[in-house]
Ligand binder design. Structure first.
Ligand code: PGA
Length: 227
């Protein structure tokens, strides 16, 4: 059983939600399927058979934080998961490891499963171990039963370039030695219906986080059914 997560980013619309629900509801699998649409579309997923996640949350439950999304309210409207620390949040919205950790704590407090994204940038590739060490450091020794890590090398996101299976296995092994062997670890970055099967067959890989290909319901349905 694997975890297959769709990250729509700031894409999709009500029409895509309808098609997606129709196609994915028809999928029979023991895999865990999670879709993370833009927050404005979450209310359209009432008839979805699988799980919903948010792409981000704030670290406070309520207050004068115009434009932010409360983890408490995300839970209330049906989210079971939340992506935290995606590289786009880190790069465009200046989220550092301290903010990512505070968001994780807030998600935990509200009973949301966190998908914490980590991964090195292109110019950090030779030094990926110290990047991942820094990004996982605060989580070491914490109760991570409700936490999933997603290894997303930034150079692979949206580029069509993926690490070799050996590299993915090596990095996930490294992460698991830090955060615990039983902690779920996903791979993300240019996953599609062609490469997903081999990635999912890797025994260190507990699932995949999919951006671009998750906007194509037929393609996502195929990946969701793979074991
Ligand atoms: P991609 O995005 O599948 O389009 O590379 C993955 C992600 O950013 O989570």
């Amino acid at each position: 059983m694997k975890i297959v997560v769709a990250n729509w980013k700031m894409n999709g619309d009500c029409d895509l939600v309808s098609t997606f629900i129709e196609k994915i509801n028809a999928v029979t699998t023991t895999n865990t399927i999670v879709v993370c649409p833009p927050v404005a579309l979450i209310g359209q997923f009432k008839d979805f058979r699988y799980s919903i996640g948010a792409q981000n949350c704030f670290y406070e439950d309520k207050g004068a934080f115009t434009g932010e999304n409360s983890p408490k309210l995300l839970k209330e409207v049906g989210c079971e998961y939340v992506i935290i620390g995606h590289s786009e949040r880190r790069a465009i919205f200046n989220e550092n490891d301290d903010i990512v950790f505070k968001k994780w704590e807030a998600a935990q407090k509200n009973g949301l499963s966190s998908i914490v994204c980590i991964g090195e940038k292109a110019d950090e590739r030779a030094d990926w171990k110290s990047v991942l060490q820094r990004q996982t450091e605060k989580f070491i020794g914490k109760n991570l039963g409700n936490t999933i890590f997603a290894y997303e090398p930034v150079w692979s996101i949206g580029t069509g370039v993926i690490p070799t299976l050996g590299e993915i296995a090596e990095v996930l092994t490294f992460i698991k030695t830090k955060v615990g062997e039983s902690t779920c670890c996903l791979y993300g970055g240019s996953v599609n219906a062609t490469n997903a099967e081999n990635i999912l067959r890797c025994n260190k890989v507990d699932g995949v986080l999919i951006g671009g290909a998750s906007l194509k319901p037929d393609e996502f349905a195929k990946i969701a059914m793979m074991v």
